[in-house]
Design a protein around this ligand. Structure first.
Ligand code: PLP
Length: 413
């Protein structure tokens, strides 16, 4: 009999969203006329921008004509899209990234999950706590995590993020070789500023570690001091890869498109100490295991960078940003500490004293019919917090925050 990859048996159950759903269903079974509003939605809800639809429709028609039909495309993505990315996402911000350092894919999750294949199997890994679970689970599958004992993987270095430090991680103490950073962060909504990122880049240079920088929420940044790309920091090209996605930026969660930047300067080492280009390894990997993102989708992504596209995308993002502002304002009005919401669709809210994340989840469901996501589900340091998201409609968001304020006011009496 063939054997299973035992690494998979180390995976911890993805119980967080399953448990949220289960509790929601149980509540609905008892309260038949319940009007539950979810501030737990982790997906966009607004439809695609009209320019994207137009571009994709045109591309579909091209596929129906022999003269303009497209078969297999370049594994790294079409030049028209990589050029638009380099120009708009990087060069416009003073980052010297060229199209041949960009690899287009069918989404950032795949890239983030797959990138670990080009690293040595014994390389050590650091993740923040709380954390986006893909970073951890993809390393568990690869066998770099060690066993799960007492709530933690033995070989991972967890970088605890505490309220006192604004939910920003301190530098590691064990000099891990691979470091995942997510800014603006999912789940905490906290964004790293120029000074923070400079510290990380300097650290990586000193220790020879590589930063895997997840910038999926870059489009939600509003404050000037928050870099949109890690390459805004001097020297980052030697130590960092950056992951981007059209999912949250342009509502592509169901369309699927993202990219990773691997600069030419980024090198890995062989056991003998020879230097190898990370970009070349990834190119080889993609050519072997990936046949490119669809032409139609890439034309849709390209349209996001047109003048009208930029405007339409901003109008959609404005809806989420305004929701985030309303939620943050509501949480602050009931005097509970909150993070995020300013450069992020996520608000990370402290639960009232004496409650756990799950107890507050139950309280909010029963007293406000509002769904949140318990912070403890993202790691032990998330205990005592919940994540609220701005992806619901403006109408529902307004109703939900009024209910939330009323429920918490009732608690204090
Ligand atoms: C949504 C999200 C992504 C993007 O995933 P896609 O596969 O591009 O849809 C990446 N990182 C984080 C932290 C996310 O929340």
């Amino acid at each position: 009999m063939a054997h299973c990859n035992e690494n998979f048996l180390n995976l911890q159950g993805a119980y967080l969203f399953a448990k949220v759903k289960e509790k929601q269903e149980a509540y609905k079974a008892i309260h038949k006329d319940a009007n539950i509003i979810s501030l737990g939605i982790g997906d966009v809800t607004q439809p695609l921008a009209p320019v994207v639809i137009e571009a994709m429709t045109k591309a579909v028609k091209e596929m129906g004509q022999v003269e303009t039909f497209h078969g297999y495309g370049p594994e790294e993505g079409y030049a028209f899209l990589r050029e638009a990315i380099a120009k708009n996402d990087f060069q416009a911000r003073g980052c010297a990234i060229s199209p041949d350092e960009i690899f287009v894919s069918d989404g950032a999750k795949c890239d983030i999950g797959n990138i670990q294949e080009i690293f040595g199997l014994h390389d050590t890994v650091a993740v923040t706590d709380p954390v986006y679970p893909v970073y951890v689970d993809s390393q568990v599958m690869a066998g770099r995590s060690g066993r799960f004992v007492d709530g933690a993987f033995q070989k991972l270095e967890y970088l605890p993020c505490y309220e006192e430090c604004g939910f920003k991680a301190n530098l590691p103490v064990h000099d891990p070789l691979i470091i995942y950073l997510c800014s603006p962060n999912n789940p905490t909504g906290v964004a790293l500023n120029r000074k923070d990122l400079t510290t990380w880049v300097k650290y990586a240079k000193q220790t020879g570690s590589i930063i895997l920088f997840d910038a999926a929420y870059e489009a939600f940044i509003t404050e000037n001091d928050i870099p949109h790309s890690i390459y805004e920091i001097d020297g980052a090209k030697e130590v960092a890869m950056e992951f981007r996605s059209y999912s949250k930026t342009a509502g592509f969660t169901g369309v699927r498109c993202g990219y990773v930047v691997i600069p030419k300067e980024l090198q890995l080492e062989t056991e003998k100490g020879e230097k190898v280009s990370a970009r070349e390894l990834w190119y080889r990997r993609q050519c072997t295991k990936f046949n490119g993102c669809s032409y139609i989708v890439q034309r849709g992504a390209e349209a996001v960078y047109s003048e009208i596209g930029k405007k339409q995308i901003q109008d959609i993002l404005e809806i989420y940003k305004e929701n985030a502002r309303i939620i943050l304002e509501a949480v602050e009005s009931v005097n509970l500490p909150a993070f995020g919401g300013k450069n992020s669709p996520y608000i990370w809210m402290a639960v009232p004293k004496g409650m756990s994340s799950w107890e507050f989840f139950d309280f909010l469901l029963e007293n406000a019919e509002v769904i949140c996501t318990p912070g403890s589900g993202f790691g032990p340091c998330g205990e005592g917090f919940v994540r609220l998201t701005s992806f619901n409609t403006p109408e529902n968001t307004k109703i939900a925050v009024e209910r939330l304020k009323k429920a918490i006011a009732g608690l204090e009496r």
